[in-house]
Design a protein around this ligand. Structure first.
Ligand SMILES: CC(C)(COP(=O)(O)OP(=O)(O)OC[C@H]1O[C@@H](n2cnc3c(N)ncnc32)[C@H](O)[C@@H]1OP(=O)(O)O)[C@@H](O)C(=O)NCCC(=O)NCCS
Length: 170
């Protein structure tokens, strides 16, 4: 049975392995390590199966000029051998709930709308929000708490740990 839980100190290596195995390069794994080092892993959950880490999702702070702070979902990864069984969905749903519980009112992601729309994400442009990495309709937002989306929209900025990524896909 899959258990979704916050990362522990001794999970860092296993998380790195999942990220490296899920993306073409180590960029996402490196990003997670930078975020952790900077104290910017707002929410970091792993999916465990029989004591093994098979999935991971990270959320870190994002902000708009108005000062409103939300969270950005990036990255999310599930080992190939465990995909298409709802593990990614469990990680994302638990992660969004954890961010909401921490008081964050909104979240963004840069990723495939066909996947993320099922969690309630919609094109951020419809809410007046744009992302510093572009992405068109792939840049999506969700309101976690009613009335907490940034008033008037604006440009959403990620933390500086994202600077070396060409794109911050979810
Ligand atoms: C994106 C990713 C995290 C999704 O993980 P996942 O655990 O496979 O996600 P889910 O199981 O929740 O959903 C994936 C698909 O499985 C389907 N699915 C979910 N439960 C299922 C089940 N019990 N049986 C069969 N299919 C199922 C979902 O409907 C979905 O299908 P669709 O997207 O083709 O409509 C994973 O594919 C991954 O790590 N990709 C590489 C890294 C990456 O690209 N990250 C995201 C960047 S945007």
């Amino acid at each position: 049975m899959i258990v979704v839980r916050p990362e522990r100190q001794d999970d860092a290596g296993a998380i790195r392995d999942v990220e490296c195995a899920s993306f073409p390069t180590s960029a996402e794994a490196d990003l997670v390590d930078r975020l952790r080092g900077a104290g910017h892993l707002t929410v970091s959950l792993v999916a465990g199966l029989d004591g093994e880490v098979v999935g991971h999702v990270a959320f870190s702070p994002v902000s708009v000029g108005s000062g409103s702070v939300g969270v950005g979902l990036a990255p999310v990864a599930v080992c190939r051998s465990h995909r298409r069984r709802g593990v990614g969905a469990q990680l994302i749903e638990a992660g969004l709930a954890a961010c909401e519980a921490l008081g964050f009112g909104w979240a963004v992601v840069l990723g495939d709308p066909a996947y993320y729309s099922r969690f309630g994400f919609r094109p951020a442009s419809a809410l007046g929000l744009s992302g510093e990495f572009g992405g068109g309709d792939a840049f999506q937002a969700i309101e976690l708490t009613a009335g907490r989306l940034p008033m008037g929209g604006g440009l959403v900025s990620y933390t500086h740990e994202f600077a070396s990524l060409r794109s911050s896909s979810g």
